[in-house]
Design a protein around this ligand. Sequence first.
Ligand code: FES
Length: 127
Amino acid sequence: MTKDGFVQAATPHSLIALADLPDGAVRSAEGEVDGIPEPLIVVREGGTVRAFLNVCPHAGRRLDWSPGNFLIDQGRLVCAAHGATFERMSGHCVAGPCRGDSLREVPVVQADGWVVLSKSAVVADGA
Ligand code: FES
């Protein structure tokens, strides 16, 4: 992990080493989604890993208060801008100004000890 909180990837589509994503962790990463570099949130619970765009459905702001530093309340992810509260593993907003919306999930797979963007995330529809 770099000192600004971002993760250096092993390949262009690798987001984070599983060793740097302990059970219960929320980390930031960057990846190319549909051909566009995007800030991402990567979460883990046991053997399950998910990733979401780091873009709040309320006003399009990043959720972290500084790069890689997220507010967590009772296991839920809280947007630092206006307090929308999301279930960590589903990305569903359960409280705040965008209640009922969800973070956009980005498909990932685990490969060789890394969390990697799946091919469907990297290639835009129709490409
Ligand atoms: S931008 Fe996230 S709650 Fe407003």
